[in-house]
Design a protein around this ligand. Sequence first.
Ligand code: HPA
Length: 276
Amino acid sequence: MLESSKIFLTTTNNINPDVAIILGSGLTNFFEKKDVLHSMSYEKLPDFPQPTVQGHAGKMVLGSVHNRKTVCLYGRSHIYEGHDPKTLANPIRVLKDIGCKLLIVTNAAGSLIQDMTAGSLMIINDHINWSGHNPLIGKNDERYGPRFPDMSDAYHKFYRDQLKEIAEKNDLKLFEGVYCMYSGPNFETPAEIKASKIAGASAVGMSTVPEVLVANHCSLPVVAISVITNLAAGMNKTKLSHQETLENAALAEEKLINLIKNFVRDVKFDDTSRNN
Ligand code: HPA
């Protein structure tokens, strides 16, 4: 067990949250104040890389969603910040160590589909790793998972189907597609966007894939949702900026948070599969 996991469990009197959530760029408000049980800065968690990007707070917050214990990572680190990709594995392994049964990953992303405009939500059903990096490279940590992890159901259909059902019940339009990861920090070129489209992607971004690889390695089931903040490079005349990402992510925040809270309330866990 990682040191940060021990610190978390000691601080919370051994609370094992059921669900973990990672909030992406521009998403800052998950819990209402009254629902927060503990809040820990990543600075107190020795295994956590420290985020350096605006819009990523850097704290691990334990709270309650409709009486279900939930832990939320407010902000993440990215490969483009210069972290050793291996260290990006640690927060995910902490979530596994403390007993989470499901990980919900969110991100801000550019859209490759004309109709999927800023403010749309897209559930990720698969990914393409064009980042050139992988946090699992190096000596395998057998305590967490196998050398060659399977990725054929990386965004677990069992949970994806439930999330889609809950969106439908709430009359919320949820796109679905493949997420293509680039390392960043630059936005993609129009030629890269065309290549991603030909390869079958619907959205592009600079995060999520490392976390999903590590979660699958340690048998922590994942669902992931992209908040579309812009049409990708070359798809309209405006230049891309991080400011636009933050502003448009904030516009979609409320509907995303509501969707996740409904999902956390209603989700049925698959206790038979995938857990070690
Ligand atoms: N590309 C990569 N990452 C992003 C984008 C984009 O267009 N929008 C938000 N994050």
